[in-house]
Write a protein that binds this ligand. Structure first.
Ligand code: SAH
Ligand code: DHB
Ligand code: MG
Length: 235
């Protein structure tokens, strides 16, 4: 019999370790992005931004979409915003909606420090109101929308995005799996339950609305078990 506990081997691979390897090997997160996360943490913002690999995926999708105008719902410290803005041409624009003034201030400083501040308009306040205002203003169509705010309102954000994104454009919805909690309706008396119900309503809308083709990809790694929904507005 093998003596137990003598050969202390390295821990086996984990999704987190693989994510770190892939990020180191492929992603090339730059100094400004890293510094922005440090500044956000120092200001007490929660570390719930997308992972480096996910941020780069957003940038690549925006490039594939030929994006000149990007809409983001949920800025936090501007991490995903910075990745997305890097896909824009010099005359492009990214409009990002943020409810918390403190988050918006941290994001503004981070975006300026990253050299993309001139491309980004932060719209303060509740995103539902901002989206209604954008429609009323007759804002030019967006090529891509990234929805990543209060999940309770996700279906309302998808509805608005369907009006604001051009045919052929892309809608990306974050956090659609949340460790599998999406599988069952949530308790409407809790925030978590309402979040799940908002995500489920958003997915049901994307799955049934004739204006889009939609799918979702589950993810694992630095941000745990989660996923993105992706929808292309039909031409
Ligand atoms: N997209 C960011 C993370 C966003 S976290 C990244 O990956 O880097 C979600 C953000 O949505 C938080 O900053 C939160 O303050 C904001 N938020 C929550 N409810 C909102 C609302 N009703 N309107 C606008 N922003 C909201
Ligand atoms: C969390 C992650 C997110 O991407 C988000 O938008 C909100 C919350 C989280 O890990 O709690
Ligand atoms: Mg998110």
């Amino acid at each position: 019999m093998e003596p137990q506990g003598e050969r202390q081997t390295e821990p086996g691979p984990t999704p987190e370790a693989v994510d770190a390897y892939l990020a180191d090997t492929l992603v090339g997160e730059d100094q400004a992005l890293r510094e922005g996360k440090r500044a956000a943490a120092a200001a007490g913002l929660p570390a719930i931004e997308v992972s480096p690999g996910q941020g780069k995926l957003l940038m690549m999708l925006a490039r594939l979409a030929g994006a000149r105008r990007i809409l983001e719902i949920g800025t936090l410290g501007g991490y995903s915003t910075t990745w997305l803005a890097q896909a824009l041409p010099p005359d492009g624009e990214l409009v990002t909606c943020e409810f918390e003034p403190r988050h918006a201030r941290v994001a503004r400083a981070n975006l300026d420090a990253a050299g993309v501040g001139g491309l980004v308009t932060i719209r303060p306040g509740a995103a539902l109101e901002t989206l209604a205002r954008l429609r009323a203003e007759g804002a030019a169509p967006f090529d891509l929308a990234f929805i990543d705010a209060d999940k309770e309102n996700s279906a309302n954000y998808v509805s608005a995005a369907l009006e604001l994104v051009r045919p052929g454009g892309l809608i990306v919805l974050d956090n659609v799996v949340r460790r599998g909690t999406v599988l069952r309706p949530g308790d409407p008396d809790t925030v978590e339950g309402r979040d799940v119900n908002g995500t489920r309503a958003a997915l049901e809308l994307l799955g049934s609305d004739p204006r889009v083709d939609a799918t979702a990809v589950q993810t694992t790694g630095a941000k745990g078990w989660d996923g993105f929904a992706l929808a292309v507005v039909r031409g």
